[in-house]
Design a protein around this ligand. Structure first.
Ligand SMILES: Nc1ncnc2c1ncn2[C@@H]1O[C@H](COP(=O)(O)OP(=O)(O)O)[C@@H](O)[C@H]1O
Ligand SMILES: N[C@@H](CCC(=O)OP(=O)(O)O)C(=O)O
Length: 385
C-alpha cells in the first residue's frame, strides 16, 4: 500500500471537520527520555498513538520534538566530550536523524506520513522567509502530513537560534495559526515554586495574566535533560496566548494526556488566550525578530498607543536606544522603561533620534526627506499588556 493510500485510510474516518482544531504538541527531552539517558521508545509509541487518535477525529497535529542531543548521545554510546558548541552540534546532527526515523516509523504504524521541519530564528525573522515557512507548514497540513519540528541545532549558532523548543513551539503555533499549544513535560504543570526543591509547592491551574510575579515562580531546568525549565515555557505561553492560542503545560506521562487536554478534561496549567487575537502581520511582529532597540515615549503618546491604539508620532518620542534600520521591530517603552508595545519602525534609529519630539512640519528640514510624522503605524504595532 502506498503512503498516500495509508493516509486516506486514516483520514477517511475523520470526524466533523467543522470543529477541527490545529494542535501543536511540544514534547520536551524530559518526556521523551522519561528522565533517563535514553529515548523511551515505548512511551514515544504511546504518544504517537494519542496523536493518531486526534488525527482520526479530524484534528491537525504538529509535533515539536526535543531530544536530538539526547538521541545523539545514546547512539554514540555516551562519549566523553568537551562541552563545545561543535560537539553539541555533532550530537544534534547524529541524534536528529535517529529521532526523525523513530517518529517516522511510529507514525507509519498508523499509516500517517510525517514531514521534518528544522527551523532557526533566522527562518522567522525575515517576513518573506516567515511567509515561506508558513506556506510549507500549511502545505504539509493540507496534505495530511504531520509536521515534526525541531530547531536546526546542527547548523544554528547562538545568534540565529531560538534557543529552546518551548519558544520555538510558540512560534510554530503562531505560524500554523493553531488553536492549542500543549507543552508536555515532566511536571503536572507550573507550580508556585520548583516542586523538585519545594515539596509544598502548589499547582497553578489557570492563568489569566502573565506578569513579573509569575515569571519569578518559574525556574530553570535542573534535571540536566531539558533547556530552560518553566521559565521558557512561561515565555512561550505569553507569546502564544497573545496570538489567541490556548496553552497548557502538563505531564507527558499522564495516561491519555493529549486527548484529555484537547477535550478540556486534563488539569495541568492552562493559560487562557487573549480574547481578540492578532491578525497575521501583528502575529509576525510577536513571532518574528527580537526587537532591535527601544523607543521611549512620553505619557501622552503612551495613552494614545495603549488606550486608543493610535499610531506613534515623532512628537511623542523622548529617546531612542540601540541601532536599527528602517523596517526593524523595536520595543516601545514608557519613561520608566516598561515595554508597552512592539512595532515596525518607519525610520531608522538615527533618524528617529533626530526627529524625536518634533512635529511633522520639521521632519523635512531635519532629515531632508519625510515619510510623515508616523514613526510606527498602528497597523504595525502590537500593544503588550
Ligand atoms: N515553578 C515551577 N513549576 C514546575 N516546574 C518547575 C518550576 N520551576 C522550575 N521547574 C523545573 O522545570 C523542569 C521542566 O523543564 P525542562 O527540564 O526544561 O523540561 P522539558 O525537557 O520538558 O522542556 C521541571 O523538571 C522542574 O524542575
Ligand atoms: N533542540 C534540542 C532541545 C532543546 C530544548 O528546548 O529542549 P527541551 O527543554 O527538552 O524541550 C534537542 O533536540 O536536543
Amino acid at each position: 500500500m502506498s503512503g498516500q493510500e495509508n493516509v486516506s485510510s486514516v483520514y477517511s474516518g475523520a470526524g466533523d471537520t467543522s470543529d477541527r482544531q490545529t494542535i501543536v504538541v511540544k514534547l520536551g527531552t524530559s518526556v521523551l527520555t522519561g528522565g533517563s539517558k535514553k529515548i523511551d521508545r515505548a512511551h514515544l509509541v504511546e504518544l504517537v498513538r494519542q496523536c493518531a487518535m486526534l488525527i482520526r477525529q479530524g484534528h491537525r497535529v504538529i509535533v515539536v520534538t526535543s531530544g536530538a542531543i539526547a538521541a545523539g548521545r545514546e547512539h554514540l554510546n555516551y562519549p566523553e566530550l568537551a562541552t563545545t558548541i561543535a560537539n553539541k552540534q555533532m550530537l544534534a546532527a547524529v541524534g536528529q536523524s535517529r529521532l526523525i526515523q523513530e517518529w517516522e516509523s511510529m507514525f507509519a504504524i498508523y499509516g500517517i506520513n510525517i514531514g521534518q521541519m528544522l527551523l532557526t530564528r533566522a527562518d522567522l525573522d525575515d517576513r518573506e522567509r516567515y511567509l515561506n515557512a508558513r506556506d510549507m507548514l500549511q502545505a504539509l497540513l493540507a496534505n495530511n502530513i504531520v509536521p515534526v519540528v525541531n530547531e536546526n541545532d546542527a547548523v544554528a549558532t547562538a545568534e540565529i537560534k531560538v534557543g529552546d523548543n518551548d519558544n520555538l513551539s510558540a512560534l510554530v503555533a503562531i505560524l500554523a495559526e493553531a488553536d492549542k499549544l500543549l507543552l508536555l513535560t515532566d511536571q503536572p504543570g507550573l507550580f508556585t515554586a520548583d516542586p523538585r526543591s519545594n515539596p509544598d509547592a502548589e499547582l497553578i491551574r489557570e492563568v489569566h495574566t502573565i506578569d513579573e510575579t509569575l515569571h519569578k515562580l518559574a525556574g530553570g531546568s535542573v534535571s540536566g535533560l531539558g533547556t530552560g525549565g518553566m521559565a521558557t515555557k512561561l515565555q512561550a505561553a505569553d507569546v502564544a496566548r497573545r496570538a489567541g492560542i490556548e496553552v497548557t503545560i502538563a505531564a507527558g506521562s499522564r495516561p491519555e494526556v493529549i486527548q484529555h487536554l484537547v477535550d478540556g478534561k486534563e488539569a495541568g496549567t492552562r493559560f487562557l488566550p487573549l480574547e481578540s487575537p492578532l491578525e497575521s502581520r501583528k502575529r509576525w511582529i510577536l513571532a518574528g525578530p527580537p526587537p532591535a532597540g527601544n523607543i521611549i515615549i512620553d505619557d501622552g503618546a503612551a495613552k494614545a498607543v495603549v488606550e486608543r491604539h493610535s499610531s506613534l508620532l515623532s512628537k511623542g518620542i523622548t529617546g531612542v536606544e540601540g541601532h536599527f534600520d528602517r523596517g526593524s521591530v523595536a520595543r516601545i517603552c514608557n519613561q520608566k522603561g516598561k515595554q508597552l508595545a512592539r512595532g515596525i519602525c518607519r525610520y531608522s534609529s538615527k533618524d528617529l533620534s533626530a526627529i524625536a519630539g518634533r512635529h511633522s512640519q520639521d521632519i523635512q528640514d531635519i532629515l531632508g526627506y519625510a515619510h510623515g510624522a508616523v514613526a510606527v503605524h498602528c497597523d504595525d504595532l502590537v500593544v503588550i499588556d
